[in-house]
Each structure stands twice: as C-alpha cells, then as structure tokens.
Design a protein around this ligand. Sequence first.
Ligand SMILES: [Zn+2]
Length: 598
Amino acid sequence: MAATALSASGVRWDLSDLEPDAETARRDWDELLARARAFAEKHRGTIGSAGPAGLRALLDELDELSEDASRVHFYARAREHTEATDAETNDLATLARDRAADLENLLLFAELEWLALEDAEAEALLASPELAPYEHKLRVAREEKPYVLGEPEEQALNARRPAVSAWESLHGRQLATLTVEFDAGQGPEPHTIDRLLAYLYSPERPLRLAAVDALYAGLAPRADVLASCYDALVGDRLAVDRLRGVPEPMLPTNMRNELDGEVVETMMRAVEEHYPLGRRWFERKAALLGLDRLALADQYAPVGQERETEWPEAVAIVEGALRDFEPRLAEIFRACLDRGHVDAEPRPGKAGGAYCNAVSAKVLPFVLLNYTDKLRDVVTLAHEFGHATHGTLALGRQTYRSFRTGLAVAEIPSTFTQLLTVERLLEREEEPSTRASLLADRAETAMASIFRQTVLARFEQKAYALRGEGKALTSDRLAEVWLAENEAYYGDSLELPEGYRLGWSYIPHFVHVRFYTYAYVFAHLVAFSLLARWRADPAAFTPAYLEFLAAGGSRSPRDLLAPLGVDLRDPRAWADAFAEFDRCVREAEAGADELAAA
Ligand SMILES: [Zn+2]
C-alpha cells in the first residue's frame, strides 16, 4: 500500500503575529538595541536612588523591552526550527543570537545594581505597594547575591558563552550526523538515532533487539568525543561555580527552581523507595509478552493495540478534555489553533520533539510538535497546551519578569493536562486492546519521568562529584557510574545489554541544563497529587488551579502549591502522589489481564 499523507499535513505556523518578514525583524533588532542604549544612559547608577515609584517606572520600561525582545528573538528561532536550510533564516538566527547577547550586556547593570543594594535598602523598597508586581522575583534575585560577581567579570563570563556552547553544539552535531546502516526488513538503510529509537515501540521483538544493538554499535566510535564534550562542560561549570563560591553543583538548578536541596533529596529518596513498583510492572509485562525476563529493548514494547488517530480527532479530544475541565482553557486552545500558532506537520528541515513558547502578553503562545497519527501524539498535544494555557493566563495577570516559573513548576500544568486527557481517552475507549495500550502507556510514561529521571539525576550527581575530585569523565568511567545507577532501579527485573554502557551518551539534558532531569520527577509527582484532588472535589479544585496558573512565577513553589493542598515542607507530601502512581500501575496490570483473557 502506498504511504498516505499524515493527517496533520499543512498544519503549520503562521508567524505574522511575530513579524511580517526578516527585513522588519532586522530593523526591530536595531530599534531594540537603540532603546536599550537609551535606557542604560538614562538609568545607569540610579537604581538605589530612584525611590519606589521611580524604580517601578524603570522596571516597567525594562519589562516592555524584554517582552519586545522575546517576540523578535522568537521570530528568528521559530524560522530556524521550521526551515533550517533556508539561507535568510540562518543569517537572521545568527544576527538574533548576537543581538540578544548585546542586549543582555547593555541591560545587565540594572540587575547588578539591584543586587548591590544593602539589605535594609532593598527591604524598604520591597515593602512598597508600587513594587508589588515585581516583589517576588526581585527577592529571589537577591538570593543569588552571594554568587554574583562584578559587572566586568559577569560580562567576561557572558562573552565566553559562545565558546562554551561550542561543546554543546559539537555534542549535538555528533548525534545529529550519526547514521547507522540498519535493516528493518526492507534492506539496509542509513538510520538516525531517533529512527532507531522508534523501533523500541515495535511489536516485533527481533526488530527491537536489533535496533538497540545497532544504536549502541553506532554510538561506540563516537563515545570518546561525546564523553570529552561532557567532561569539558562539567569541568567548566565546576570552575565557574568555584569562582562564584557556589558550594554544591545542584545549587544553581535548585535556586532557579526555588526548591531547597532538602526537598529535592527527600523527593528522590521517596522515589527510590518505590523502585519495586517499576520492577513489579516489568515482571508482569514479561509474562504478558511470554518472556522469562524483559530485555531493555522490551521496556516500551507495545501492550495491546494502539489505534490511528487523525489530527481532527486529536484536536477534538484535547479541546473536549480542556472544555470539560474549564471552558476558559479550551478557548485558549481554540484561539491558538485559529491563529496558526500550532505547527504539527512533520517535515524535513523542521525541529524534532515538541515545545511551547509563551512569547509575550501581546501574542498567543506558539506550539510545535510532530504529529504522526499516534495516540501518544495526542498526549503530546495535551502536554504542550498545559504549557500554553499556563503561559497565557500568567502573562495576562503578571508582569513579564514575574510570569515565568522555574522548570520544576513549569512542567506541572503540562503533565496535569496530559493526565486529564488520558483520563478522557480512557473514559471513551471501549476496545480492550486499545484500553490496555493506553493504560500501559500511562504507567510507563510515569515510570520514565519519575523513576528513570531520578536515575539520571543520581548519575549527574556522581559525575559532578568525580569531576570535582579531579577525575576525568572518560567514557569508561561514565559507563561504570551509569550502569551502577541503572541497576539500582532495574535490579534483576530487566536485562541490560552490553552496549548499554553507552546509555548516558545521547541524553541532551546532561549537556544543556544540569539537573534538569529532576524537574520531570517533581512535576509528575505533583501532577499526580493534583489529579487525585481534582477527582475528589472538582468544584473546589478548579478555581484554585486557575489561580495557580495565573500566579505564574509571582510566588515560591511552596506558596503556589499550598492552596492546591500540596505541602512541600511535609515529608509525607509525596504519599498521595505515589498512591496515584500505584493506581496507574494496578490499572495497567488489570488492562493486561483483560487483554490476556480476551
Ligand atoms: Zn513540557
């Protein structure tokens, strides 16, 4: 049968809400830099003497400048992500990166002067009602004060950023250009990493096993370069930490997430105590697949039968889930679709994966995904609209400086919306094999973000500790740490192939943002708690949840979550989440039983 076009073909971004064309974008960059220069001339040296009303006016001006820059910058990035091979796009993207760095350096003084104030002066300003819309973020910024250097030092650190990110680029290029000759049944063909990984969802076991072997065989010749990139980045981060006096490699991430190290550690320990829940599922799944023991390649093997889901149905499902929860959220979804802010069509020259960018209060968010007619793509669409609804409501209520949260909180609405959508799919699905597939997928998604990301965060902790002791992060050393951390999770329930020693080598988060990994753990656990609360009392939960969305980053995670009944200071805070997790696994097991009986 001839391949038919995917159902989301033609669902592409219309970028005209950002800029009409590249020419205008270039002119806007010039204008932004002129405004930033004028701003710096007028305000440099005045932060301490402006008084509450003066500081408010200054921050409002700065906020508008940042918001306009966000729009112009995203126009370049959006083009880069959808037409990577276009020459005009590449020139514009380069210009945007340079101009954004110039802009940041011009405006840096404002942040540094704010930090330079004495505590008493800062407190007096923060107590004034004029500064209320900025209060929380201004306070959080001052917590970094002990680790911030002087303006020339900070500018020098900024200036070397392109050289540091060259390691990230090299790592990315090593992976993006890697192709492996692989025969999936139609003769040998060059395969990218993503294409090989897609076979892990194949119902054919020999294909899954062969794809995993091919992946690691393909990575092996590049392992030294990949390890060197990681070693250089970790070494650099630790060197900058030493300059800044940062005592602990997780601290910068924890500060950005506004979470205490203790809260994160308590959470990760609680997760580790629940690893047997994952192993129980692996054993159940082995039995279902008729195996004595699961191999790594079987971890995501399909249970039951997924069904094709075309784009219009996906839109209807997500819109319906949002509308039943709260009509305001469905309106945001509809508006984004109608204004061409969703790019769902997979095509050459477009970025992989999925993301949402809440650009500015004046523009609706933009969502990118690659829709391949799978039920799991519906879940991705829901996830991104968790971000989009959060961004829209927060930008509607907060200043630009205050709308954004740390990564850990940012992933809560996306995960929650994804869970809501799966509930809706399950309510409407009668076919036992599709139900079994949905239930297994929900449980395995939770395991991937809660268990596996904890394994990943522990791996990072060990790697930073070793590098901190002066040990080079060679491929062999990373393999040793990687296998030890993975065995703590999988135990005997799953067989790890020889090649898995290279499992660390292609994970982008390690390279781009240290300890990003635990944000997924935190968010999935909180989203599970929220789902349980919503089910228990939707009338009380929904308004509190909308308030949480609209609050954006204007309060600490603790204060944001308390009205939703999640107390981060309480070590038992995670008990509800694990009860919900356990329910998911039990329902997946019941789905598997139903399937086995059919
Ligand atoms: Zn997300």
